[in-house]
Design a protein around this ligand. Structure first.
Ligand code: SF4
Length: 325
C-alpha cells in the first residue's frame, strides 16, 4: 500500500484505525483501546496514543460527558465529595488562587460534571459520581512508514527521551511492512526499550511485532516527578477520550469543494481532488491557494440546517467517534 502525498499522515490514520480494532498486538488483554493522534506534552508530541482503558471504568467515565476534562476540571471532579461541602473544605489547595477554582467549578457545573448549590455566600459542591480510575496503560507510537537508516537515527533521540522520561508505559515505532524483515541495523539505531511494529495494510491489516518493547515505569521519578506524570497522563488520556483520532477534520477544510474522504484499510483518509493526492493536515487549511468553498448548490438538501458535503463529512466522523465511545 502506498501513501501518496504525505506518507506519514495517511499511515498515521490507518494505524489509528487498526489500533482501535486490534490493540494490543503482542498479548491478550480485555482493555479497550482509546486511540488518539498528535497528543503529548509541550515538550513532546506523539503521533499515535493508545490508552488501554478498564472496560467497566471506561463505561463509568461516560457519566462525565463526551468531552475531555482539562486539568482544572479534573481537580474539581476528582476531589468533589459525595456529600455537600463548601468547595474550599472539599478541594485540596490547587497551588493557584481560589478564584480560578471557582471559575472551574462554574464550568464543571455548566457541563453537568459536578453539582453546586449556594449556602449564603458559599458555594457548595457535590460529585455526580466518583470519577473512575479508567486508565490502565498509555502507549506512545511513532509512525514511520519508511523506516530507513536516517529515519531511525532521527527518531532515536525522541525515543530515548520517551524511555528516559517514562511518561508512557510503552513506546513503539510503527512502520510499513515491506515483506522483508526489519533490518537489524535499523534496530541498532533505536533504543532497545522501544518496540517495533511492522504493519501491512494491503488487504486485511496485519501486524507483526519485529521487536518487543520494555515496560517502562511511570511511577518512578525521572525528569518529571511521579506525581507530575500521573497528572499529565490523566490529562493526555482525557484528551484522547475527548478527541479520538478522527478530529483531524476539524483542522482541515472539509468545506472545500476538492475535499473528499477515501477509504484506506478501513479508515477514512482525506483526499484532495484538485491535487489528486492525500493532502497533509497542514496544507489543507485556510491558506491553501487552491481552496474553493463548496458551491452553494451542493448545500440545497436541507441547507443551511444540515449543511453541505463538508458538514456531512464532519458529521460522519463525529458519529463514528461517538459510536466508538
Ligand atoms: S484544495 Fe487545498 S483546501 Fe481544498 S481539499 Fe485540497 S488541500 Fe484541502
Amino acid at each position: 500500500m502506498s501513501y501518496p502525498g504525505d506518507a506519514e499522515f495517511g499511515f498515521e490514520l490507518v494505524t489509528c484505525r487498526w489500533a482501535e480494532h486490534a490493540w494490543p498486538p503482542d498479548r491478550d488483554a480485555d482493555a479497550i483501546p482509546v486511540v488518539a493522534r498528535q497528543l503529548g506534552t509541550q515538550r513532546r508530541r506523539w503521533d499515535t496514543v493508545v490508552v488501554e482503558a478498564d472496560p467497566t471504568a471506561l463505561a463509568a467515565r461516560a457519566a462525565f460527558g463526551n468531552r475531555a476534562l482539562d486539568s482544572d476540571l479534573l481537580h474539581v471532579v476528582r476531589n468533589a465529595p459525595a456529600e455537600w461541602a463548601w468547595y474550599r473544605d472539599a478541594l485540596p489547595h490547587p497551588g493557584y488562587p481560589w478564584r480560578y477554582v471557582r471559575a472551574a467549578i462554574h464550568r464543571a457545573d455548566a457541563r453537568g460534571v459536578v453539582e453546586t448549590r449556594r449556602d449564603g455566600n458559599r458555594i457548595e459542591i457535590r460529585q455526580i459520581a466518583p470519577y473512575p480510575d479508567w486508565v490502565r496503560r498509555i502507549v506512545a507510537i511513532e509512525n514511520k512508514p519508511d523506516l530507513d537508516a536516517s529515519a531511525a537515527r532521527a527518531l532515536a533521540d525522541q525515543l530515548e527521551h520517551d524511555v528516559a522520561t517514562a511518561l508512557a508505559d510503552e513506546v513503539w515505532v510503527a512502520t510499513a511492512a515491506t515483506g522483508a524483515t526489519v533490518e537489524p541495523a535499523l534496530l541498532e539505531d533505536l533504543p532497545v526499550e522501544a518496540g517495533v511494529l511492522a504493519l501491512d495494510f494491503d488487504g486485511d491489516p496485519e501486524a507483526t511485532v519485529a521487536w518487543h518493547p520494555a515496560t517502562l515505569d511511570p511511577t518512578a521519578d525521572t525528569s518529571l516527578s511521579a506525581s507530575e506524570k500521573a497528572d499529565k497522563r490523566l490529562e493526555i488520556a482525557e484528551r484522547a477520550y475527548g478527541d479520538g483520532w478522527r478530529s483531524y477534520v476539524e483542522t482541515m477544510r472539509p468545506d472545500c469543494r476538492w475535499f473528499e474522504l477515501r477509504e484506506r484499510a478501513g479508515a477514512f483518509v482525506p483526499w484532495c481532488a484538485a491535487k489528486e493526492r492525500h493532502p497533509t493536515a497542514a496544507e489543507c487549511s485556510g491558506s491553501c491557494p487552491e481552496f474553493q468553498p463548496e458551491p452553494p448548490a451542493w448545500r440545497t438538501k436541507g441547507w443551511p440546517i444540515e449543511g453541505g458535503p463538508g458538514k456531512g463529512i464532519q458529521r460522519l466522523l463525529a458519529d463514528r467517534r461517538r459510536r466508538r465511545r
